[in-house]
Ligand binder design. Structure first.
Ligand code: PDD
Length: 292
Protein backbone atom coordinates (compact mmCIF):
# COMPACT_ATOMS: atom_id res chain seq x y z
CA UNK A 1 0.00 0.00 0.00
CA UNK A 2 1.37 3.44 -0.91
CA UNK A 3 2.53 5.28 2.17
CA UNK A 4 1.36 8.45 0.47
CA UNK A 5 3.13 11.76 0.86
CA UNK A 6 4.02 13.82 3.92
CA UNK A 7 4.81 17.52 4.23
CA UNK A 8 7.03 18.42 7.20
CA UNK A 9 7.34 22.15 7.79
CA UNK A 10 6.44 22.68 4.15
CA UNK A 11 8.81 20.11 2.62
CA UNK A 12 7.09 17.15 0.87
CA UNK A 13 8.65 13.68 1.19
CA UNK A 14 7.54 10.10 0.55
CA UNK A 15 5.50 8.70 3.44
CA UNK A 16 8.08 5.97 3.98
CA UNK A 17 10.85 8.58 4.38
CA UNK A 18 8.97 10.94 6.71
CA UNK A 19 10.84 11.56 10.02
CA UNK A 20 10.43 13.87 13.00
CA UNK A 21 12.68 14.39 16.03
CA UNK A 22 12.31 12.03 18.99
CA UNK A 23 12.50 15.20 21.10
CA UNK A 24 9.31 16.54 19.50
CA UNK A 25 6.65 17.07 22.20
CA UNK A 26 3.99 15.65 19.94
CA UNK A 27 5.93 12.35 19.90
CA UNK A 28 6.90 12.45 23.57
CA UNK A 29 3.72 13.70 25.23
CA UNK A 30 0.98 13.94 22.60
CA UNK A 31 1.48 17.69 22.98
CA UNK A 32 -0.12 18.59 19.66
CA UNK A 33 -3.42 19.22 17.88
CA UNK A 34 -4.71 17.64 14.68
CA UNK A 35 -7.41 17.47 12.05
CA UNK A 36 -8.57 14.66 9.78
CA UNK A 37 -10.51 15.10 6.56
CA UNK A 38 -10.64 13.35 3.17
CA UNK A 39 -10.79 13.99 -0.53
CA UNK A 40 -13.62 13.18 -2.96
CA UNK A 41 -12.42 12.93 -6.53
CA UNK A 42 -9.09 14.21 -5.18
CA UNK A 43 -10.75 17.38 -3.81
CA UNK A 44 -10.59 17.85 -0.01
CA UNK A 45 -14.04 18.31 1.61
CA UNK A 46 -14.52 21.05 4.23
CA UNK A 47 -10.79 21.77 4.36
CA UNK A 48 -11.32 25.39 5.40
CA UNK A 49 -13.61 24.39 8.28
CA UNK A 50 -11.12 21.79 9.45
CA UNK A 51 -8.15 24.17 9.32
CA UNK A 52 -10.13 26.84 11.17
CA UNK A 53 -10.94 24.28 13.89
CA UNK A 54 -7.25 23.33 13.95
CA UNK A 55 -6.38 26.99 14.55
CA UNK A 56 -8.92 27.13 17.42
CA UNK A 57 -7.48 23.92 18.91
CA UNK A 58 -3.93 25.32 18.74
CA UNK A 59 -5.09 28.56 20.33
CA UNK A 60 -6.87 26.61 23.10
CA UNK A 61 -3.63 24.79 23.95
CA UNK A 62 -1.40 27.91 23.60
CA UNK A 63 0.42 26.43 20.58
CA UNK A 64 1.25 29.32 18.20
CA UNK A 65 0.27 28.60 14.58
CA UNK A 66 3.59 28.35 12.67
CA UNK A 67 2.09 29.64 9.40
CA UNK A 68 -1.12 31.27 8.20
CA UNK A 69 -4.13 29.13 7.25
CA UNK A 70 -3.57 30.27 3.65
CA UNK A 71 -0.02 28.85 3.72
CA UNK A 72 -1.22 25.67 5.43
CA UNK A 73 -3.94 25.30 2.75
CA UNK A 74 -1.40 25.63 -0.03
CA UNK A 75 0.84 23.09 1.71
CA UNK A 76 -2.09 20.65 1.86
CA UNK A 77 -2.56 21.29 -1.87
CA UNK A 78 1.12 20.65 -2.58
CA UNK A 79 1.03 17.40 -0.58
CA UNK A 80 -2.07 16.21 -2.46
CA UNK A 81 -0.52 17.22 -5.80
CA UNK A 82 2.55 15.15 -4.91
CA UNK A 83 0.32 12.24 -3.85
CA UNK A 84 -1.36 12.32 -7.28
CA UNK A 85 -4.37 10.31 -8.41
CA UNK A 86 -6.55 8.65 -5.77
CA UNK A 87 -8.69 9.35 -2.72
CA UNK A 88 -6.74 10.66 0.24
CA UNK A 89 -7.06 10.70 4.04
CA UNK A 90 -5.51 13.99 5.15
CA UNK A 91 -4.15 14.42 8.68
CA UNK A 92 -2.77 17.81 9.64
CA UNK A 93 -0.80 17.92 12.92
CA UNK A 94 0.68 20.92 14.71
CA UNK A 95 2.98 19.99 17.60
CA UNK A 96 4.45 22.33 20.19
CA UNK A 97 7.84 21.38 18.75
CA UNK A 98 11.06 20.21 20.39
CA UNK A 99 12.71 21.47 23.55
CA UNK A 100 14.40 20.25 26.75
CA UNK A 101 12.95 17.09 28.29
CA UNK A 102 10.63 18.95 30.66
CA UNK A 103 6.84 19.06 30.79
CA UNK A 104 6.77 22.85 30.96
CA UNK A 105 5.19 23.84 27.62
CA UNK A 106 6.87 27.24 27.68
CA UNK A 107 10.24 25.56 26.96
CA UNK A 108 9.27 24.74 23.35
CA UNK A 109 9.02 27.71 21.04
CA UNK A 110 9.09 26.34 17.48
CA UNK A 111 5.86 24.44 16.59
CA UNK A 112 6.16 21.70 13.97
CA UNK A 113 3.61 21.14 11.21
CA UNK A 114 3.02 17.79 9.54
CA UNK A 115 0.55 17.03 6.73
CA UNK A 116 -0.05 13.37 5.90
CA UNK A 117 -1.84 12.33 2.70
CA UNK A 118 -2.43 8.58 2.97
CA UNK A 119 -4.79 6.39 0.93
CA UNK A 120 -8.21 6.71 2.59
CA UNK A 121 -9.69 3.49 3.91
CA UNK A 122 -13.47 3.74 4.23
CA UNK A 123 -15.67 1.33 6.21
CA UNK A 124 -16.87 -1.73 4.28
CA UNK A 125 -20.15 -1.29 2.33
CA UNK A 126 -21.94 -3.90 4.45
CA UNK A 127 -21.52 -1.72 7.55
CA UNK A 128 -23.62 0.94 5.80
CA UNK A 129 -26.08 -1.70 4.54
CA UNK A 130 -26.49 -3.52 7.88
CA UNK A 131 -25.40 -0.93 10.45
CA UNK A 132 -22.87 -1.25 13.24
CA UNK A 133 -22.90 -2.04 16.96
CA UNK A 134 -21.73 0.34 19.68
CA UNK A 135 -20.86 -0.10 23.31
CA UNK A 136 -21.32 2.59 25.97
CA UNK A 137 -18.55 3.26 28.49
CA UNK A 138 -16.98 5.86 30.73
CA UNK A 139 -13.63 7.24 29.57
CA UNK A 140 -11.93 10.39 30.81
CA UNK A 141 -10.11 12.11 27.96
CA UNK A 142 -7.84 15.13 28.16
CA UNK A 143 -10.47 17.20 26.37
CA UNK A 144 -13.06 16.43 29.08
CA UNK A 145 -11.00 18.69 31.30
CA UNK A 146 -11.80 22.41 31.16
CA UNK A 147 -8.17 23.27 30.34
CA UNK A 148 -8.30 21.44 26.97
CA UNK A 149 -12.04 21.10 26.28
CA UNK A 150 -12.97 21.96 22.73
CA UNK A 151 -9.47 21.30 21.37
CA UNK A 152 -8.92 18.36 19.02
CA UNK A 153 -5.78 17.33 20.89
CA UNK A 154 -3.70 14.41 19.59
CA UNK A 155 -3.63 12.52 22.89
CA UNK A 156 -6.18 9.81 21.98
CA UNK A 157 -5.02 7.14 24.45
CA UNK A 158 -8.40 7.03 26.23
CA UNK A 159 -10.17 7.01 22.84
CA UNK A 160 -8.10 4.14 21.46
CA UNK A 161 -8.45 2.07 24.65
CA UNK A 162 -12.22 2.66 24.35
CA UNK A 163 -12.14 1.38 20.77
CA UNK A 164 -10.15 -1.65 21.94
CA UNK A 165 -12.83 -2.41 24.57
CA UNK A 166 -15.59 -1.97 21.98
CA UNK A 167 -13.89 -4.40 19.60
CA UNK A 168 -13.45 -6.90 22.44
CA UNK A 169 -17.24 -6.77 22.85
CA UNK A 170 -17.88 -7.20 19.12
CA UNK A 171 -18.80 -3.54 18.60
CA UNK A 172 -17.32 -1.12 16.06
CA UNK A 173 -17.45 2.12 18.06
CA UNK A 174 -17.47 3.14 21.72
CA UNK A 175 -19.84 5.88 22.92
CA UNK A 176 -18.39 7.86 25.81
CA UNK A 177 -20.61 8.69 28.79
CA UNK A 178 -20.38 11.98 30.68
CA UNK A 179 -20.39 12.49 34.46
CA UNK A 180 -24.20 12.58 34.62
CA UNK A 181 -24.40 9.35 32.60
CA UNK A 182 -25.40 11.20 29.42
CA UNK A 183 -23.93 10.15 26.08
CA UNK A 184 -21.28 12.63 24.89
CA UNK A 185 -19.94 11.27 21.61
CA UNK A 186 -18.09 8.36 20.06
CA UNK A 187 -14.38 7.66 20.46
CA UNK A 188 -13.96 9.34 17.08
CA UNK A 189 -17.48 10.34 16.03
CA UNK A 190 -20.62 12.23 16.99
CA UNK A 191 -23.91 10.49 17.81
CA UNK A 192 -27.43 11.12 16.50
CA UNK A 193 -30.72 9.40 17.37
CA UNK A 194 -34.07 9.55 15.54
CA UNK A 195 -37.39 9.28 17.41
CA UNK A 196 -40.82 9.82 15.84
CA UNK A 197 -39.13 11.46 12.86
CA UNK A 198 -37.23 13.98 15.00
CA UNK A 199 -33.40 13.97 14.99
CA UNK A 200 -31.47 14.64 18.20
CA UNK A 201 -27.75 15.00 18.89
CA UNK A 202 -25.99 15.84 22.14
CA UNK A 203 -25.67 19.59 22.55
CA UNK A 204 -22.27 21.31 22.61
CA UNK A 205 -20.64 20.80 26.02
CA UNK A 206 -17.15 20.09 27.40
CA UNK A 207 -16.19 16.58 26.30
CA UNK A 208 -17.78 16.83 22.86
CA UNK A 209 -15.90 17.68 19.68
CA UNK A 210 -18.35 19.67 17.54
CA UNK A 211 -17.87 17.65 14.38
CA UNK A 212 -17.86 19.15 10.91
CA UNK A 213 -19.81 16.15 9.66
CA UNK A 214 -22.29 16.76 12.52
CA UNK A 215 -22.68 20.36 11.36
CA UNK A 216 -23.14 19.31 7.72
CA UNK A 217 -25.78 16.72 8.70
CA UNK A 218 -27.66 19.29 10.82
CA UNK A 219 -27.73 21.62 7.81
CA UNK A 220 -28.86 18.78 5.54
CA UNK A 221 -31.64 17.89 7.99
CA UNK A 222 -32.85 21.48 7.98
CA UNK A 223 -32.83 21.53 4.17
CA UNK A 224 -34.94 18.35 4.18
CA UNK A 225 -37.41 19.84 6.64
CA UNK A 226 -36.46 17.26 9.28
CA UNK A 227 -36.88 18.58 12.82
CA UNK A 228 -33.58 18.53 14.74
CA UNK A 229 -32.65 19.32 18.31
CA UNK A 230 -29.34 19.53 20.13
CA UNK A 231 -30.21 18.12 23.53
CA UNK A 232 -29.25 15.50 26.08
CA UNK A 233 -29.14 11.90 24.81
CA UNK A 234 -29.26 9.25 27.54
CA UNK A 235 -28.50 5.55 27.11
CA UNK A 236 -32.25 4.84 27.55
CA UNK A 237 -33.14 7.27 24.74
CA UNK A 238 -30.58 5.54 22.52
CA UNK A 239 -31.90 2.07 23.33
CA UNK A 240 -35.47 3.26 22.71
CA UNK A 241 -34.72 5.21 19.52
CA UNK A 242 -36.29 4.37 16.16
CA UNK A 243 -32.88 4.92 14.51
CA UNK A 244 -29.34 5.97 15.45
CA UNK A 245 -26.19 6.87 13.56
CA UNK A 246 -22.71 8.24 14.11
CA UNK A 247 -20.92 10.83 11.98
CA UNK A 248 -17.29 11.61 11.19
CA UNK A 249 -15.29 12.89 8.21
CA UNK A 250 -14.15 9.39 7.30
CA UNK A 251 -17.34 7.40 8.14
CA UNK A 252 -19.76 10.08 6.88
CA UNK A 253 -23.16 8.89 8.25
CA UNK A 254 -22.88 5.37 9.72
CA UNK A 255 -26.07 3.61 10.88
CA UNK A 256 -26.04 2.19 14.43
CA UNK A 257 -28.37 -0.80 14.96
CA UNK A 258 -27.18 -2.24 18.26
CA UNK A 259 -26.08 -0.65 21.51
CA UNK A 260 -24.78 -2.79 24.37
CA UNK A 261 -26.31 -5.81 22.67
CA UNK A 262 -29.79 -4.24 22.44
CA UNK A 263 -31.40 -3.80 19.03
CA UNK A 264 -32.24 -0.25 18.03
CA UNK A 265 -35.52 0.19 16.14
CA UNK A 266 -35.98 -2.47 13.45
CA UNK A 267 -32.35 -3.56 13.77
CA UNK A 268 -31.63 -2.23 10.26
CA UNK A 269 -30.49 1.21 9.05
CA UNK A 270 -33.53 3.52 9.16
CA UNK A 271 -35.05 5.76 6.44
CA UNK A 272 -34.10 9.06 8.10
CA UNK A 273 -30.49 7.87 8.48
CA UNK A 274 -30.33 6.97 4.80
CA UNK A 275 -31.97 10.28 3.82
CA UNK A 276 -29.40 12.23 5.82
CA UNK A 277 -26.52 10.25 4.36
CA UNK A 278 -27.81 11.16 0.89
CA UNK A 279 -28.14 14.77 2.03
CA UNK A 280 -24.55 14.70 3.33
CA UNK A 281 -23.28 13.35 0.01
CA UNK A 282 -25.20 16.08 -1.85
CA UNK A 283 -23.40 18.66 0.29
CA UNK A 284 -20.08 16.98 -0.53
CA UNK A 285 -20.90 16.98 -4.27
CA UNK A 286 -21.87 20.66 -4.16
CA UNK A 287 -18.70 21.63 -2.29
CA UNK A 288 -16.21 19.52 -4.25
CA UNK A 289 -17.96 19.47 -7.64
CA UNK A 290 -17.57 15.70 -7.49
CA UNK A 291 -20.62 13.47 -7.65
CA UNK A 292 -20.20 10.65 -5.16
N1 PDD B 1 -12.21 12.31 14.34
N2 PDD B 1 -15.50 13.38 18.00
C1 PDD B 1 -14.24 12.91 18.05
C2 PDD B 1 -13.64 12.60 19.41
C3 PDD B 1 -13.50 12.73 16.86
O1 PDD B 1 -12.23 12.28 16.92
C4 PDD B 1 -14.12 13.02 15.61
C5 PDD B 1 -13.43 12.84 14.28
C6 PDD B 1 -15.44 13.48 15.62
C7 PDD B 1 -16.15 13.84 14.32
O2 PDD B 1 -15.58 15.03 13.83
P1 PDD B 1 -15.64 15.40 12.28
O3 PDD B 1 -17.06 15.22 11.81
O4 PDD B 1 -15.17 16.85 12.21
O5 PDD B 1 -14.71 14.46 11.57
C8 PDD B 1 -16.10 13.67 16.82
C9 PDD B 1 -11.42 12.04 13.18
C10 PDD B 1 -12.19 11.51 12.03
C11 PDD B 1 -10.32 11.14 13.60
O6 PDD B 1 -9.95 11.26 14.76
O7 PDD B 1 -9.83 10.37 12.80
Amino acid sequence: MSAGKVSIDGRVVDGGEARVSVFDRGFLYGDSVFEVFRTYGGVPFAQREHLERLERSADRLMIPMPVSLETLSSEVGATLDAAGEGEWYVRVVITRGTGPLTYDPSTATEPLRVIIAAPVSVPPADQYERGIAVTLLHASRPTDDERASGAKASNYLANLLAVYEAKQKGAQEALVLGRQGQILEGASSNLFIVKDGKVRTPEAQPGILIGITRATVLTAAGAEGIEVEEAEVTPESLYGADEAFITSSIREVMPVVRADGRTIGSGAPGPVTKRLHRGYLRAVAEATGVGV
